[in-house]
Write a protein that binds this ligand. Structure first.
Ligand code: UDP
Ligand code: MG
Length: 326
């Protein structure tokens, strides 16, 4: 019997009253199956995070908790968005378990992939990414915009696992390091690779939502993508600086051209001087903006106070750190 693996399933919920009564028993059945097969401790939990729902979600969570103490929940004071809700759950769990698995509450993330994730964990991976094996259930639009997003974010030099969202296993040790990432603009799937540690992937087929509607319309998807890019890299600002240099060179060529035109008589009165000023100022302004932006970007990155490196193991330094590997 493996009493060492204390698993917490971490599940954010926002206005999910139609979904929870259907999916909660499915999560519980999986938890009980893992407990009875001896793979996890009987103290394992299902933690629901109510992300400021305006419907009956919190009432359902409290009812579930009164029926079975394997269910637990926290409620946020208002809607803070999926990423914040998920982080709140992970931070709640980190000192009470040895490993977490986060998943959506709508049944899209195949709960059976948990078995393989736990196997990866027991063989040494501290982060296991759930990766979608296909996008058949997505619309043409979502499939293509998602692909574009991964293309852009990777070309900017940020590290994200392709086709992985927020279905993942994280050990308590990694979570304790994640707690040191103090940024407010969070994009977990980009932050977790930054923490390092041994990781692996498990493939699963993403299903359709059991009930209710997505909370990620196009506007939220775009803002998540933008947050992802700006929280992981300052490359866009570097690109502006490069654009400034190019514009400056084009401006210089414009000046020479206008002067030559003026001297050889192919001009309208005042045209050459206007062109010179427009080209010159345009180039210089963009270049200056880029340079200032570079500093603003660096200050922005600094203000996040990310750790410069993380010591993952130590010997004879009186570390009190909890050992979370089973
Ligand atoms: N969610 C949340 N807060 C929000 C929006 C969504 O906690 O502001 C939860 C939601 O209940 C679900 C998960 O985040 O468990 C993913 O949301 P959804 O299924 O709507 O997104 P999709 O799967 O369509 O991308
Ligand atoms: Mg969903």
């Amino acid at each position: 019997m493996n009493q060492d693996v204390l698993l917490w399933l971490v599940i954010p919920c926002y206005n999910e009253q139609e979904v929870l009564p259907v999916t909660a028993p499915l999560f519980m059945a999986k938890l009980k199956e893992l407990i009875s097969s001896g793979r996890i401790s009987d103290n394992s939990r299902i933690l629901f995070i109510n992300d400021g729902s305006s419907d009956d979600t919190w009432r359902i969570i409290t009812e579930l908790s009164s029926q079975d103490n394997h269910y637990s929940g926290i409620s946020l004071s208002r809607n803070r968005g999926h990423q914040n809700a998920l982080l709140a759950g992970l931070m709640e769990a980190k000192d009470k378990c040895s490993v977490t698995i986060s998943l959506d509450c709508d049944g899209q993330d195949d709960i059976n992939a948990v078995d393989e994730m736990l196997s990866e964990y027991t063989s040494g991976s501290e982060v296991v990414y759930g990766v979608r094996s296909d996008r058949e259930n997505d619309t043409w639009f979502k499939r293509n915009t998602a692909q574009m997003f991964y293309g852009i974010i990777r070309s900017m030099g940020a590290e994200v696992v392709y086709n992985h969202a927020d279905y993942r296993l994280i050990s308590a040790r990694v979570l304790n390091h994640l707690a040191e990432f103090r940024e407010v603009n969070i994009f977990l799937r980009g932050m977790i690779p930054l923490a390092g540690f041994k990781s692996s992937c498990v493939m699963y087929s993403r299903k359709k939502r059991i009930a209710g509607e997505t909370h990620y319309p196009l506007s939220k998807m775009l803002s998540l993508a933008f947050d992802g890019i700006t929280s992981l890299t300052i490359k866009p600002i570097t690109l502006i600086a490069s654009l400034g240099i190019i514009a400056g060179l084009v401006g210089l060529a414009g000046i020479i051209w206008a002067l030559v035109a003026a001297l050889t008589g192919y001009n309208v009165t005042g045209w050459a001087s206007t062109m010179c000023v427009v080209c010159f100022l345009g180039g210089i302004q963009l270049l200056s903006l880029g340079i200032i932006g570079e500093y603003v970007g660096k200050t922005y990155m600094e203000s996040k106070h990310r750790p410069r490196y993380i010591v993952s193991e130590s010997v004879n330094v009186n570390s009190e750190r909890r050992v979370s590997l089973s």
